[in-house]
Design a protein around this ligand. Sequence first.
Ligand code: PLP
Length: 400
Amino acid sequence: MFQIAERLARVKPSPTVMLNGRVAELAAQGRSVLSLVAGEPDFDTPEHIKQAAKDAIDRGDTKYTAVNGTPALRAAIARKFERENGLAYKPDEIIVGSGGKQVVYNALMASLSAGDEVIIPAPYWVSYPEMVLLAEATPVIVPCAPEKGFRLDPADLDAAITERTRWVILNSPSNPSGAAYRREELAALAEVLLCHPQVWILTDDIYEHLTYGDFRFTTIAAVEPRLRSRTLTMNGVSKTYCMTGWRIGYAGGPKPLIRAMSAIQSHSTTNACSISQAAAVAALDGPQDFIAGHVAAFARRRDRVAAGLNAIEGLTCRVPEGAFYLFASCEALLGSRAPDGQRITTDEDVALYLLDAAGVGLVHGSAFGCPGYVRLSYAASDEKLDAAIARIGVACAALE
Ligand code: PLP
């Protein structure tokens, strides 16, 4: 009989994958389903990036590359860190992986042992705690109050730190809340972290460019250079350059950590796809002006969908600084009854009800460590978003 590894037995299957399965099932039955589950831009990869990939194939860039990434891509990443973040990382302080997800995984696998603790502010990206568990360490979840914009309070961070704390994971702008930290908020967290030299900082900056209004992105190693020697600054091309399928993520950090991450990668995927790496060079070095167009479209949709959701009785959401998600409280709906008599008691019941009754796919907040909420992705067309909001409104009004 097949027996799964003990370490895997600690890990939950991805709830978003479960929901996607249910969405696909309903669609296969011929139901009209509007899925707002996906975490990817609905725009196509820009033409000049695709062309760079075609050129790479024609040039014969089809072989293994260096484990930590091609020299050309690491040089382009070093330029990006300097230009956009004011961070000087040398090419040997940079690693490229198959998506930001693999980079985070490598970092945790390379650094954690049983008994180590990792502080994860909630709501969080679903993979952080599961990766910590896979690395046989302990996730320490620190709730971030909606009144504080879902941002980690420095006093709560301080209270969560123990001698066993190895990492704190920051994600700004956040998936799922869209919340992002301003410079002074990062400075306040940095102040706490300066007092705890055993704690490293993993900052997931994958939504860096997707911020709206007057918000200005910055990252913790730039805000507090004294933390640079224990910070891993992670980023990737998936969200900014509409390249989710190309699987390129990267990070800059201290050499010993980068070397350890390379060792893990050398025995798993070896290197990120050579063709995607060539495309990522074109993304980082090429024209950046199209990003403003995407950002304007996302900002418009954010405002429109937030207004639509807030007009529905039972749902409320803040208008977040970045990413492409709205995180709406559905607490007022808990305890209600669906037209078929079914009692709605949890946020998961709300998500399943909206899927079954309205044909709208959302993700329940408890998947992100924050019960009483649902996450909606607005990386979708205006028509789809308008139709989804209308259907959600009708379904919520039918609850008693
Ligand atoms: N980090 C966050 C917060 C994300 O939302 C995602 C993707 O959804 C990733 C990392 C991983 O992105 P990728 O592996 O495509 O680079």
